[in-house]
Design a protein around this ligand. Structure first.
Ligand SMILES: [Mn+2]
Length: 420
């Protein structure tokens, strides 16, 4: 049996972005978060007795300011060396070979693959061949996978590749390739990197995996982040398991205030939703973006007392647990509620809201909708709505956005109706 870890996009010592500083912000945790996740990766490899770790690019966020970052990484790799664990890595667009002026040698258990052409490293004792090519420069736009070496017969073949694969809105289109390009190489496992959103099932046969990055860096990278443990039996059947490594989490929380009649009830609903978030984070410090949403009798009150309401949402006295939640931003997306609400299920407004609510339960339709978001933003239709970029397959995020859209639309349309 073979057990290996597949990680990518460590982005060591990149600054965490979009963090307003205010009393109680876990600044130290943030600064150390990327290193903490890499330490967790090493600990996991040792605890689970992996024989091999493959890292699919972007170990560093860019050229290092000083030698402390490469020294840190080398020390972590040395911990693996002491346990006899092999490491194979490639460079990505962020740590492309021509960018890195402050590199250090890695311990002898580490093999950094070439950047001028694809090469193969074999571990006969493990029955494994790893094929790969790093980025010589950041903007590699050719299909690297197309010229990867043929699979080695009798061994378990792993392709290590930094790529946008078939494309992702959130990532530069580097080293693109199709799933057919990958299948043609006849490897057993493709260990991809670059796309920060996890996808364990990009293809099942052969297994093609994006583990995502090891630590979320801003509110665009929500949820658990980590690496993949791969177990291979003697017949080369492959099992993958995601394991979180992050030390700080990012989450969106939409609070539907439809039922709130006063400020206490607003804050009680906020607390209820934050409690769910807190339980899901299992004790990790979590930066939360709270969206106040829904057609609510409190719409005007919230607008008038916006500054204080925002601070109450930030106020740890209104949070569950042990102070590990931290509010990144509060968005006010409520709509006014009128008597018509209770009768709104008939007529065009009712139809609109029921269509939107059906969408919530239709993943396919949600995805189709997500594809149209960039265009809607470009035309200004959604200009007032949200500055963030779309995240294709993130359904929780899409549902939150949908709730916000619903309250916006209902608010606008009801305003029109009442003017008539
Ligand atoms: Mn990258």
């Amino acid at each position: 049996m073979l057990r290996f870890l597949h990680a990518a996009d460590l982005h060591l010592d990149s600054p965490l972005k979009g963090l307003a500083r205010y009393e109680g912000a876990p600044v130290e945790v943030m600064q150390q978060a990327l290193r903490g996740a890499v330490e967790n990766l090493v600990r996991l490899a040792i605890e689970r007795e992996a024989s091999l770790v493959v890292i699919a690019g972007d170990v560093y966020d860019g050229d290092c300011r000083d030698f402390n970052t490469p020294l840190f990484f080398s020390a972590q790799m040395q911990r693996l060396a002491a346990e006899g664990i092999h490491v194979v890595l490639i460079s990505g667009n962020h740590d492309a070979a021509n960018k890195m002026t402050r590199s250090l040698r890695l311990p002898p258990n580490c093999r950094t693959l070439a950047v001028d052409e694809a090469e193969t490293v074999t571990f006969d004792d493990l029955g494994v061949a790893v094929h790969g090519q790093g980025f010589a420069r950041a903007d590699v736009c050719e299909n690297l996978a197309a010229s990867y070496p043929a699979a080695v017969k009798g061994l378990y073949n792993i392709g290590l590749l930094h790529t946008c694969a078939t494309g992702s809105d959130r990532h530069e289109k580097y080293a693109p390739c199709s799933l057919d390009d990958l299948r043609r190489r006849q490897y057993d496992y493709w260990a991809l990197g670059h796309v920060h959103k996890r996808d364990l099932e990009l293809c099942i046969e052969p297994r093609v995996v994006f583990p995502g990055n090891v630590q979320g860096r801003d509110i665009g990278e929500t949820g658990a982040k980590g690496c993949v443990i791969v177990e291979v039996d003697n017949a080369h059947n492959t099992q993958v398991e995601f394991v979180p490594l992050d030390v700080l989490r990012w989450e969106h929380v939409a609070v539907d205030l439809a039922t709130a009649e006063n400020e206490d009830e607003v804050l009680a609903l906020v607390r209820e939703r934050l409690s769910e978030c807190w339980r899901n984070a299992e004790g990790l410090p979590t930066a939360v973006r709270v969206t106040l949403a829904g057609a609510t009798a409190m719409h005007e009150q919230i607008a008038v007392h916006a500054e204080r309401i925002v601070q109450e949402v930030r106020n740890p006295a209104n949070h569950p647990g042990d102070g590990s939640l931290w509010i990144e931003k509060v968005l006010q997306r409520t709509a006014p509620r009128t008597i018509a609400d209770d009768f709104a299920l008939d007529g065009p407004l009712g139809e609109l809201t029921s269509v939107i609510r059906e969408l919530r339960h239709d993943d396919k339709a949600l995805l189709a909708l997500a594809e149209e978001l960039p265009e809607l933003r470009a035309t200004g239709t959604l200009a007032e709505f949200r500055g963030d970029s779309a995240q294709g397959g993130d359904f929780a995020w899409l549902r939150d956005e949908l709730a916000a859209v619903e309250s916006l639309l209902v608010g606008h349309l009801r305003g029109e109706e009442e003017r008539r």
